[in-house]
Write a protein that binds this ligand. Structure first.
Ligand code: GAP
Length: 461
């Protein structure tokens, strides 16, 4: 368990513009979260680092960006339509619903009554909707609808045979599998090769909770790595190492990351081996991401359901075969939460408590903040603006900050994890120190004096 408290992270995220409750102005919507300006910056840096590490820096990877709405046959073939269920129990007294495996004992957490739970029922977690101008989406009141239309509309079938039914994807993986053949036909890659995708996934979680950890709308970063069956153990082990080094790049301390070999009866229906990478979150040791050996389960199912051949034809003209798959599956929200947990630090400077985010520099949403010592001195402001514009051009994520006094600015920048604050003061304008600035370092709070000309290179290194 992390010593950082969840409420401290939630409160910092809200106060400083990282993450807000979804639809907050209307009282919220359970399981949804909105990223504010700094949250977007942090999330994007994590996602870009992932993409660079696993896609652009490698020559065995192909990126895709598939549609969220997919033909419902995808989810029938993948087993999600029938098997993507969580056990749900209902309290017969207060009607609250819970995930059966999250309930400890037989006391209802809402009303406190004992032994009021129903037998568990299987609850499918996919969000269903309809595509096209169908019945339940009709907003025209019955009285003014075209004769006949309303009747036709309300008789639309609610079961899985409804041809207009579509699901919001519960994993990005299927958008990869359904494009496997396209990528093979367009690029004819050597095996092993991977297809990667980042994007939204949706799950109607029975009890969304613990901030963004268990949300109903979240983002995934997934890879399907296509291999020859005989190589699966070797490739699986390689992925364990690649994931471990990526987690280091996220700044997660090694002793807070744990590997859990998922036992047979807990594995997803498609997996022959799964390792969950767990992290010491403020809520306890919980799953951060998963690595699964999905065998040829998905491609074989697609082959059967679509009638299309999913064979890979080796370039040496040996027998074609359906490849097997190793799947590293990362959740963006959990990565954000782990990075924030690892970075959240409290210390004391000159007897004063300080909170700061010790973010790795390459993930910080703001790399440098530039300030004039006083905002009512035009000569300081002009010089600060010059320095700001130069650094902004070079680094992009640079903030101009002239709010409050310099001490307050440092505190604020510390809290959002800005590694450097550059201050333009009177010494910048004249004397031996002309054209030098103060650079203050977040972690040590130490300051150094640097030539403006040196700044870019020093901050780069
Ligand atoms: N394609 C495989 C797959 O989706 P999963 O273990 O169900 O596997 C992968 O999900 C990752 O997605 C998890 O390790 C987690 O990081 C993230 N994830 C899953 N459900 C989530 C939820 N409700 N909220 C936030 N992240 C979630």
């Amino acid at each position: 368990m992390s010593e950082v408290k969840l409420e401290d992270i939630v409160s910092l995220c809200k106060r400083r513009g990282f993450i807000y409750q979804g639809s907050e102005v209307y009282g919220g919507l359970a399981g949804t979260w909105d990223y504010g300006p700094l949250g977007v910056g942090l999330k994007k840096n994590i996602m870009d680092l992932w993409w660079k590490t696993f896609v652009t820096d490698r020559d065995d990877m192909y990126g895709v960006d598939a549609a969220i709405l997919m033909n419902q046959k995808v989810w029938q073939a993948s087993g999600h339509a029938t098997g993507f269920n969580d056990p749900l129990v209902e309290c017969k007294n207060c009607k609250s619903r819970f995930r059966a495996d999250h309930i400890k004992g037989d006391k209802c957490p809402t009303c406190g009554k004992e032994k009021t739970f129903s037998e568990p029922k299987q609850f499918n977690m996919m969000f269903a909707t309809r595509i096209g101008p169908t019945a339940n989406q009709l907003t025209v009141p019955k009285e003014i609808a075209e004769p006949g239309v309303y009747d036709e509309v309300i008789s639309a079938r609610a079961d899985n045979t409804d041809p207009s039914r579509v699901y919001l994807r519960p994993e990005t993986a299927q958008g990869i599998f359904t494009n496997y053949k396209n990528v093979v036909d367009s690029f004819y890659p050597d095996l092993p090769f991977g297809i990667a995708q980042q994007g939204k996934a949706f799950r109607n979680e029975i009890s969304p909770r613990d901030f963004v950890f268990r949300s109903r709308e979240f983002e995934q970063m997934e890879i399907e790595y296509f291999i020859h069956e005989k190589d699966w153990q070797k490739e699986f082990d390689r992925w364990v190492k690649d994931i471990e080094s990526f987690l280091k790049e996220l700044g997660l301390p090694q002793d807070k990351v744990h590997k859990l070999e998922v036992p047979d009866d807990d594995r997803a229906h498609y997996s022959k081996r799964t390792i969950d990478f767990e992290f010491d979150f403020p809520i306890g040791k919980e799953e951060l991401l998963g690595l699964a050996y999905r065998t040829d389960f998905d491609l074989k199912n697609i082959q059967q359901a679509s009638g299309k051949n999913m064979d890979y034809r080796p370039k040496d003209s040996s027998e074609p075969f359906v490849p097997h798959v190793i799947e590293p599956s990362f959740g963006v929200e959990r990565a954000v939460m782990a990075v924030l947990t690892a970075a959240y630090t409290e210390d004391e400077i000159n007897g004063e408590k300080r909170t700061y985010l010790k973010l790795p520099e390459h993930l910080a949403p703001v790399k440098v903040a530039v300030s004039p010592l006083l905002k009512n001195k035009p000569e300081l402001v002009a010089k600060a603006q010059d320095v700001y514009k130069t650094l902004k051009k070079e680094f992009g994520n640079v903030m101009y900050d002239d709010n409050g006094n310099i001490g307050k600015r440092y505190r604020r920048q510390d809290e959002i994890g800005t590694p450097y604050c550059v201050v333009i003061d009177f010494d910048t304008l004249e004397g031996d120190t002309k054209d030098t600035v103060t650079v203050r370092h977040r972690d040590t709070t130490q300051q150094e004096r640097l030539d403006i000309g040196e700044l870019q290179n020093r901050l780069k290194s």
